[in-house]
Design a protein around this ligand. Sequence first.
Ligand code: B12
Length: 277
Amino acid sequence: MDVFLPWCRSQIDRCRLVVIEVYIPVLLKFIWNFRPPGVPAPSEGFDMAEEDDFNLADLSDEELIPQMHDDLYDGMADEIVESVNILLERGWTPYDILTKGLVGGMHIVGIDFRDGILFVPEVLLAANAMKAGMAILKPLLIETGAPRLGKLVIGTVKGDIHDIGKNLVAMMMEGAGFEVVDLGINNPVENYLDALARESADILGMSALLTTTMPYMKVVIDTLRDKGDRDQYIVLVGGAPLNEEFGRAIGADAYCRDAAVAVETAKEFMARKHNQM
Ligand code: B12
């Protein structure tokens, strides 16, 4: 029974993840593309001249950013990719595109999700559009990186599948010159401990977006402490429902409200660590 119940729970968790990450997007795509026989596709049956006239490249920077927010809101991945490329061609830094175009847009999605205006499938589409934009920016952010400053192991905690913010932190840290080992989502304590030891990491980063999963960060930190390894690592935590007080209460070294703060905090702690050596 001791083994059976946790096994059942892990199988239920796995099923939930598959439904959210795989079935919902596939179902959405199917509904989106479905037309009864004989009904023309929108582009076949209607005069699309008006839509064709609309060209993202014709928009000024001031118009394009709000347009990106709208496209992100509507989950238009192709349009997001196009806008990111347009801004890059216009000389925008990858960081500005990321923060003003993508993170800004996702913030609006977050507010409407909270207020019950958007639902999970729409947010998933928005998240996919954000990921499409991030895929272009990631290598560029990393390219601008300096010499390696330290090694970070990062992951979203057990029970939590939110990874957009965690990916952003990973990206920005890589861009700033840190080596990053990304453990992905839904990580039990063993994943963190194994990776920290295997990679001889300097920093542990944990992300949680749910009030129900944030206490798990303490489980990881307490396990490190019980093994006598807590002081070997700088522990940074983040995620929308956290705050500084929570970070202190669970014994983390710092709570970081966003990816930029994470980079600065990690640099500061690494500098202190080197001074102590
Ligand atoms: C996108 C999203 C989803 C997507 C996730 C897609 C993905 N691949 O990540 C989907 C649709 C799958 C989803 C599912 C769910 N979600 Co959701 N989701 C969101 C949403 C709208 C945006 C999150 C996001 O990506 N923000 C943008 C990023 C850039 O911000 P961020 O994550 O905060 O990260 C920044 C900082 O926090 C910090 N940071 C983050 N991590 C780390 C780590 C370290 C180490 C450091 C230093 C810093 C750091 O830096 C980041 C970058 O600047 C939020 C609303 C919100 N405002 O947060 C709800 C939200 C988090 N979700 C919520 C809920 C309830 C759920 C579901 C339970 C819904 C459901 N009924 O199924 C499920 C959870 C499933 C699970 N087990 O995890 C609630 C949580 C409420 C609560 N009190 O716990 C929120 C707050 C919405 C709401 N207001 O109700 N969600």
